[in-house]
Design a protein around this ligand. Structure first.
Ligand code: SF4
Length: 379
C-alpha cells in the first residue's frame, strides 16, 4: 500500500482559511515540471531499497488542475517510467473551475481513476467568504462532467464549523452532497491556521469562530446524515460509500498514511516517510527548481528527521485512533504501553475509548473530541 504523493504548489487564488505552501502566477510552472521530473528520476530506487512496491499515486496541492493536461501527463508518465508499476489507485485533486469535458477526458486518458474535488459549500455566499474561485453551480456541473468523462470514483470535500454556517445551512449542504452521491466524502472543521488570511482577520477581531458546541452539533449531524445515506465513517474526517455488492470505497492512498506504510512525497513542500525517518522538501519552488535544474547542490532542498521510539509510539497511537480500526496495543512498544495503561483504563471508564481484544478505538460519538483523548495517551 506504499504511495507516491506529488505536490503541485500552484493556485490561481488563495482561499482565506488555507496556509498550504502554494504560489500564484504561471511563472514557475514550466520549470517546476522539468524539476520534478529530475527529482522523480533521482528517487527511483526509494521503494526498492525499502523492499516494497508503490501501489498508489496522489497528485495534491496547491491545485494540480491548474496545470495543463500535457504537464500533468509528463509528470505522471515519468512516475510510471521510473518506478515501473501500474497504480491500483491514481487520484488527482481538482478545482471545479478547471473542469471542462476535454480536461476531464484528458485526466482519464492519462490514467487517473479517482478524483478529489473541493466543493466546500453549496452556498455562494460561503464560497465568496472563503475566497474560493468557483460557485456552487460550477461544482455541480464539474461533478457531472467528471462522471460523463468516465470517472467512477469521485470524492468531494465539504467544510463545517465556520460562523456563516448555521445548522439549517449545514443540513442543506449535506442534502446537496448526498443528492450527488459521490463515492467518498471528506469533511473538515474550519480551523484558523497561522499565516492564513483568516488568521489575520481573527487577530484583528474581524472573525469570530463558531461556538464549539455548535461545531460539535454539526459534526454529529454530518455523521448521522451520511450514515443514513449509506456512507461508512472510516476515519475522523472521511466517509466512504458502501453500496450493496461493492466494497467500501475508501481512499487507498490516504489509508496507507494511517497504517504507517512508507510513502514518497515529491515536489516543493512534500513530505515522505520510510518507517524510521521523515523527510521533507523545501517550501520554495524557486530553490527547488534551482537545485534540480541548475544542479546547484549548495541549495539544500530536503531535510530529514530520525524518529525516536517515542515519536513512533505517539504517531502509531495518533494515526490508529483516527481510524475505525483503532490501535492494536500488542503492536506497540511494551515499555511505553505500560506507561499509558492507567490512562487507557480511565478513558474506557469515561466512555472515551472502547477495548475490543487488544485493540482500542474511539467510539463514534467521541470522535469530535478525539484530539484531547489522543494527546492524553502520548508519552
Ligand atoms: S485550499 Fe487548496 S485551492 Fe485553496 S489556497 Fe489552499 S491549496 Fe489553494
Amino acid at each position: 500500500m506504499a504511495g507516491i504523493y506529488i505536490h503541485i504548489p500552484f493556485c490561481n487564488s488563495f482561499c482565506s482559511y488555507c496556509n498550504f505552501y502554494s504560489v500564484k502566477g504561471k511563472r514557475y510552472r514550466e520549470q517546476y515540471v522539468a524539476a520534478i521530473k529530475e527529482e522523480i528520476a533521482g528517487r527511483k530506487e526509494y521503494f526498492k531499497r525499502l523492499g516494497v512496491s508503490p501501489t498508489t499515486i496522489y497528485f495534491g496541492g496547491g491545485t494540480p488542475s491548474v496545470l495543463s493536461i500535457d504537464a500533468v501527463k509528463e509528470i505522471f508518465d515519468t512516475i510510471l517510467k521510473e518506478f515501473g508499476f501500474a497504480p491500483q489507485e491514481a487520484t488527482i485533486e481538482v478545482n471545479p473551475n478547471d473542469i471542462t469535458f476535454e480536461y476531464a477526458k484528458g485526466l482519464k486518458e492519462i490514467g487517473f481513476n479517482r478524483i478529489s474535488m473541493g466543493v466546500q459549500s453549496f452556498i455562494d455566499e460561503h464560497l465568496l467568504w472563503m475566497n474560493r474561485r468557483h460557485r456552487s453551480h460550477e461544482a455541480i456541473e464539474a461533478y457531472y462532467i467528471l462522471r460523463k468523462a468516465g470517472f467512477a470514483n469521485i470524492s468531494l470535500d465539504l467544510i463545517f464549523g465556520f460562523s456563516l454556517l448555521t445548522t439549517p445551512l449545514w443540513e442543506y449542504n449535506l442534502s446537496k452532497i448526498i443528492d450527488l452521491k459521490p463515492n467518498h466524502i471528506s469533511s473538515y472543521q474550519l480551523s484558523i491556521e497561522p499565516g492564513s488570511a483568516l488568521s489575520a482577520q481573527y487577530n484583528k477581531n474581524l472573525y469570530e469562530p463558531l461556538d464549539d458546541l455548535i461545531c460539535a452539533q454539526q459534526y454529529a449531524i454530518l455523521q448521522q446524515e451520511l450514515s443514513n445515506a449509506g456512507y461508512v465513517q472510516y476515519e475522523i474526517s472521511n466517509f466512504a460509500l458502501k453500496e450493496s455488492n461493492a466494497s467500501l470505497q475508501r481512499s487507498v492512498h490516504n489509508s496507507s498514511y494511517w497504517i504507517k506504510e512508507p510513502y514518497l512525497g515529491l515536489g516543493p513542500a512534500a513530505h515522505s516517510y520510510n518507517g524510521t525517518e521523515r523527510f521533507w522538501n523545501t517550501s520554495s519552488v524557486v530553490k527547488y527548481c534551482k537545485h534540480y535544474l541548475d544542479k546547484d547542490n549548495t541549495i539544500k532542498v530536503s531535510e530529514i528527521e530520525c524518529l525516536t521510539p517515542q515519536d513512533i509510539f505517539n504517531e502509531s497511537v495518533m494515526l490508529g485512533l483516527r481510524t475505525l480500526e483503532g490501535v492494536n496495543l500488542s503492536t506497540l512498544n511494551p515499555g511505553f504501553r505500560a506507561i499509558i495503561e492507567s490512562d487507557i483504563t480511565e478513558h474506557i471508564k469515561r466512555g472515551n475509548l472502547i477495548m475490543e481484544g487488544d485493540t482500542i478505538k474511539i467510539p463514534s460519538n467521541k470522535l469530535f473530541v478525539s484530539d484531547g483523548i489522543i494527546r492524553d495517551l502520548f508519552v
